[in-house]
Write a protein that binds this ligand. Structure first.
Ligand code: FDA
Length: 394
């Protein structure tokens, strides 16, 4: 049996950050992970360049049953603090739309920084160690893996969510929470593409790869202005991934396909300037022609010259394209989702230390908790912030 002050389950973003922080505070720290490599999700994130933070991350960018929960850790370790850390290590990075920061070279650079920090802090990272069970006794927490047993005073569960089982997605953290009497908010896949009902799938089959700048609105009124992307199975793209976190089975999403224009005014202009032009040829100036052809062929839109459109038809076309409504069949699920919505109920945890209120010495950080960020580097920023907050308390 090996003894440490702190054992952390999960060598992901949150676990590594917490480990280095606790190690610098003089604690003996072991990080256990069942994978062959540390930081496996970091390595594939952002298309291999990792969108590792966002210039501005506030509580508004997160879903959590307690919307105030993340405020403390985000204010104590902000994106500026993480940027300062990576700059100290010489990481070259660039900024994309909406303040999203990516590595210039590869996400491996970021993992190397975290591993260097852990190394300097004296952290032991034990890979290929699958945690099988956790127990509490008079000496502390006993963690049994497929390799060994580990005894510690403080146990940090940073085992992530259910997404991408091949990269370590597992229910372990929720099971540990339940074992110690903590509530778990039901989980679902989030930041995930939608699948469509067969009828719509067949209709839009030929559009795979086409993207459109849209304003997408959920039934709860949440809106995102980004691209949508037609795929073989349904709809994806940043706007769809964002809205998927606010979508529930059976609900529709409304898509304004022309957020930049007032279609009624545009139709009136066409009726003046090119009255004999067909509606189809006019609309293909604004939207992909294959998409418009499908809507015309399906008779969702009339096939006639614009000067023959009645006022009620103009109103109908305006409403149709500004409020295109789609009812997804479902999502692609945990296999492709970026994150898991739900998780360990934050009411069970201290927002300052992430310690379980019902079990001293037991902590939950990262995706395993009921905190889900928007697309755009917010999930990693939460991992860094809660990792540091917890590490400071160990
Ligand atoms: P994480 O899942 O990273 O780590 C948990 C670790 O626990 C894993 O290494 C796993 O092996 C280990 N583990 C689980 N069960 C175990 C057991 N029984 N025994 C031992 N070890 C066990 N976010 C973002 O901000 N920007 C981005 O660009 C992206 N991009 C992105 C792309 C893709 C494809 C995905 C799937 C996800 C993203 N994300 C993202 C989300 C981001 O990856 C995610 O929020 C963080 O990795 C969560 O970090 P954690 O440390 O909490 O869990």
């Amino acid at each position: 049996m090996q003894k440490f002050d702190v054992v952390i389950i999960g060598a992901g973003a949150a676990g590594l950050m917490c480990a280095a922080t606790a190690g610098y505070r003089g604690k003996s720290v072991a990080v256990l992970d069942m994978g062959k490599k540390a930081g496996r999700k970091i390595l594939i994130s952002g298309g291999g360049r990792s969108n590792f933070t966002n210039r501005v991350a506030t509580a508004e960018n997160y879903l959590c049953q307690n919307p105030h929960f993340v405020k403390s850790c985000l204010s104590r370790y902000s994106s500026n603090d993480f940027i300062e850390l990576v700059e100290r290590h010489g990481l070259s990075y660039h900024e994309r739309l909406h303040g999203q920061l990516f590595c210039d070279n590869s996400a491996q650079d970021l993992v190397d920084i975290l591993l260097t920090e852990c190394d300097w802090a004296g952290v032991e990272i034990k890979l290929r160690n699958e945690v099988l069970s956790v127990a509490k006794n008079e000496q502390g927490y006993l963690v049994t893996t497929n390799q060994d047993e580990y005894l510690c005073q403080s146990l940090v569960v940073a085992s992530g969510g259910l997404t991408m089982p091949k990269l370590g997605g597992s229910p372990l953290g929720y099971k540990i929470a339940e074992q110690f009497g903590l509530k778990v908010v039901p989980t679902t896949a989030a930041l995930v593409p939608f699948t469509l009902h067969d009828h719509d799938k067949q209709r839009f089959d030929g559009l795979s790869g086409i993207s459109i700048d849209c304003l997408v609105t959920s039934e709860s009124g949440k809106q995102f202005r980004e691209n949508i992307l037609f795929t073989h199975r349904g709809l994806s793209g940043p706007a769809i991934l964002q809205i998927s976190s606010y979508w529930q089975a059976g609900q529709a999403v409304t898509i304004n396909l022309l957020p930049e224009c007032n279609l009624t005014e545009q139709l009136e202009n066409w009726r003046k300037d090119s009255p004999k032009k067909s509606l189809k040829n006019c609309l293909t100036q604004l939207l992909p022609s294959r998409f418009i052809e499908i809507l015309i062929n399906d008779k969702a839109l009339p096939d006639k010259p614009v000067n023959q459109l009645s006022h009620s038809e103009i109103k109908y076309i305006h409403d149709y394209l500004h409020n295109w409504t789609i009812k997804p069949n479902g999502t692609e699920g945990y296999r492709t989702a970026e994150v898991t919505l739900g998780g360990v109920d934050t009411d069970e945890l201290s927002s300052k230390t992430f310690e379980a209120k019902k079990s001293a010495g037991l902590y939950f950080i990262g995706e395993v908790t009921d905190v889900t960020g928007w697309l755009g580097g917010y999930n990693f920023q939460y991992a860094w912030s809660c990792g540091v907050a917890c590490g400071m308390a160990l």
